[in-house]
Write a protein that binds this ligand. Structure first.
Ligand code: NAP
Length: 281
């Protein structure tokens, strides 16, 4: 028996699992397609029903993979995609969404994000998002790679208060957001989606993480995910195209790390002492 996956509530009241599935680097190699589809389907079976993709990933091919994984089970998933900043004019946002929907083989996204800030005025992107929402093509919209000043600017715009999430780089080795962005988002009830939650696989080689993980008969990746699952309003979206690692990531929910071991990990991965600009990968 495994613990249920905790949930996070979006501003709309919709709840989503705090552990979802990433798709960056999917759709890039023909030989991996079957593994990628199977991994996403296993993740859904295990309750990691939030699927994060983007028009960028695999140049649209990751969305096609997600579409194939969800073919007969669209309603079981909470589907997130992202618009490139250079497409994020009012009309460009709508056109990019239509193209994503086509590749995904669906008529709606649950959440649509601005991938990072670009040259288009934010109010134009928000207007595009709001038009898509009114048309029922997206359930909600949000942003990615926005620091506190960007969030404040966004929330001051007409419609800006409808921002549902901010997806940013956050993991044990990238704790900068704990200084201000994470508390800011928590105070505004805007969940943070933590991308690269295991630092694109690099965290599993960290000696202190390996040591703590061993004490729980767990893996370093599981401890890295448990670190994020501990936090209010944080959704982790690890990517794996490997069935065993999808199971391993799901089982991170069962870990119960002691305060003493969290202190050890704080010493190995110190929380920020001052404001640092938001990092991106
Ligand atoms: P990640 O999830 O931290 O790490 C993925 C890498 O770690 C893959 O190479 C994967 O390989 C490996 N891995 C997965 N589970 C593992 C485990 N249990 N043990 C050892 N290795 C494991 O990095 P990410 O893909 O950069 O981030 C996650 C998702 O966030 C992305 O897929 C994407 O959806 C999103 N993202 C968003 C942005 C943004 O700007 N908004 C930027 C980056 C990422 P296998 O597939 O072989 O298991």
């Amino acid at each position: 028996m495994h613990d249920p996956i905790p949930t996070v509530t979006l501003p709309s009241g919709t709840t989503v699992p705090a552990l979802g599935l990433g798709t960056w680097q999917m759709g890039e190699t023909k030989a991996s397609v079957r593994d990628e589809i199977d991994s996403l389907r296993l993740g859904l079976d295990l309750g990691m029903t939030l699927v994060d993709t983007a028009e960028m990933y695999g140049d649209g091919e990751a969305e096609r993979i997600v579409g194939r994984a969800l073919e007969d089970r669209r309603d079981a998933a909470f589907l997130v995609s992202k618009v490139y900043p250079w497409n994020a004019s009012r009309h460009g946002t709508i056109a990019a969404c239509e193209a994503s929907l086509q590749r995904l083989g669906t008529d709606r996204l649950d959440l649509y994000l601005l991938h990072w800030r670009g040259e288009h005025p934010l109010e134009d992107t928000v207007a595009g998002f709001e038009a898509l929402r009114a048309a029922g093509k997206i359930g909600a919209w949000g942003v990615s790679n926005f620091d506190v000043a960007d969030m404040e600017e966004l929330l001051a715009l007409p419609g800006g208060e409808n921002c549902a999430v901010n997806q940013v780089l956050y993991n044990l080795s990238r704790r900068g957001i704990e200084h201000d962005l994470l508390p800011w988002c928590q105070a505004h009830a805007i969940p943070v989606m933590a991308y690269s939650p295991i630092e694109q696989g690099r965290l599993v080689h960290h000696p202190e993480l390996i040591r703590v993980a061993k004490a729980y008969q767990a893996t370093p990746a599981q401890v890295a995910l448990a670190f994020l699952l501990e936090r209010d309003g944080v959704i982790a979206i690890p990517k794996s195209a490997n069935l065993a690692r999808v199971r391993e990531n799901r089982d991170a929910v069962d870990l119960d790390i002691s305060d003493e071991d969290w202190s050890t990990l704080d010493a190995a991965f110190p929380p920020p002492a001052r404001k640092t600009p938001l990092e991106m990968l």
